[in-house]
Design a protein around this ligand. Structure first.
Ligand SMILES: Nc1ncnc2c1ncn2[C@@H]1O[C@H](COP(=O)(O)OP(=O)(O)OP(=O)(O)O)[C@@H](O)[C@H]1O
Ligand SMILES: [Mg+2]
Length: 346
């Protein structure tokens, strides 16, 4: 049997600060399809485990083998110039230099290093001096990973990989491009706005070349609207999902926050364009905040670039387990889908 020994299905589990998202991918002869997906709000911090279990059940997801992710200030991502070394020696070489780049004790972090693949055109390597390579250094506080694994095990899951949100976002887009047969060298920026943070990933074609996380997001939008209307943030959370006649004044109240996010993103554009001598052509938005009507238009104006909300499930067949409560575009599932897309390598 051709598939002998290969894993057939994998669960991508994205535990956000506001909601849990799940996507199960299954391998068939033709490729991958979605065999279950869904999202559910986290009602209280001590209900995370319960929320995961309930969501898996409702989504009809059977796989217990999962890829999940961490994010936040205990995750450090740096692009480090290094002398040319064989890939096999990279880890050791980076460990030696890591303390220059990490604001924590090197003994408290889990390190990973990977040579940056610039893609077929190779542009951008020019900024490294001859004989040098650029290495992506990822350091995650061990305590964060251990806590996360303990959570997964407490709900009966078996973690195969602990990834990082912003990389999963890039992987989701790469899978989308592969599914849709998009194979070009355009520069596109992914912006995932959740509740507590915004992830930025700049890709050239299918190669992720820049990643960043900023701590302005949906919660700040909620607070700005709450302040403007003199409402309780809890009530604003409900209003955001059903703005009705308050839409325009809510958009008005959130504009300064979107501008803050936009300014940070523009700094990333500047850095990228400087490094790679290529301009960002389009922006693709995801995350729960993308559901708010008009954010794409507002960002199109802020960036003066076409900004659209993308559906991470586009191009993939959905064969089951679709829980209610998802917006039409499935925008908040991007990271969960990117996590599950690791099935490609299994
Ligand atoms: N239908 C909707 N309309 C408008 N806003 C929404 C909608 N659904 C969710 N949001 C907003 O999206 C945010 C949550 O997005 P998401 O579920 O992506 O966050 P998260 O992954 O839990 O958080 P983080 O990744 O920051 O830890 C909240 O600020 C919420 O108010
Ligand atoms: Mg999130």
């Amino acid at each position: 049997m051709a598939l002998f020994g290969r894993r057939k299905a994998l669960l991508g589990l994205d535990v956000g600060s506001a909601s849990v998202k799940v996507v199960e991918l299954t391998r068939s002869g033709q490729g991958l399809f979605i065999s279950g997906m869904g999202s559910a709000p986290i009602e209280s911090p001590d209900a995370v485990g319960e929320t995961i279990q309930k969501l898996l059940k409702e989504s009809g997801i059977k796989t217990r083998r999962c890829v999940s992710s961490v994010s936040g200030r205990s995750v450090i991502i740096r692009q480090v110039p290094m002398a040319q070394v064989p890939d096999a020696d990279l880890r050791q070489a980076i460990e030696y230099e890591a303390d220059k780049y990490i604001p924590f004790d090197v003994n408290e972090v889990q390190l990973d290093a990977q040579r940056i693949d610039f893609g077929p055109s190779g542009e951008g390597q020019a900024t490294a001096t001859a004989g040098q390579i650029k290495v992506l250094l990822v350091a995650v506080k061990r305590s964060l990973i251990e806590e996360h694994i303990a959570l997964l095990q407490s709900v009966g899951l078996s973690p195969a990989i602990v990834d990082v949100d912003v990389f999963a976002l890039g992987n989701a887009f790469e899978l989308r491009n592969l599914s849709l047969g998009i194979n070009d060298n355009e520069v596109r920026t992914l912006v995932d706005i959740g509740a507590s943070k915004t992830n930025i990933n700049i890709l050239r074609g299918n190669h992720s070349l820049f990643q960043r996380e900023i701590y302005v997001a949906g919660n700040d939008i909620t607070d700005a609207i709450a302040k403007r209307f003199g409402e309780d943030p809890k009530d604003v959370e409900r209003m955001k999902k059903d703005p009705g006649g308050a839409l325009e004044s809510m958009q008005d109240a959130m504009l300064p926050i979107l501008e803050d996010i936009g300014n940070e993103i523009r700094l990333s554009f500047d850095y990228f364009e400087n490094q790679f001598d290529q301009q960002v052509k389009e922006v693709f938005m995801s995350g729960g905040t993308a559901y708010f009507p008009g954010v794409d238009t507002m960002f199109t104006q802020i960036f003066n670039l076409p900004t659209k909300i993308w559906d991470p499930t586009e191009g993939l067949e959905i064969r089951g387990g679709h829980t209610a409560g998802l917006g039409g575009a499935n925008s908040d599932l991007a990271i969960a889908l990117g996590l599950a897309s690791r099935l490609r390598n299994f």
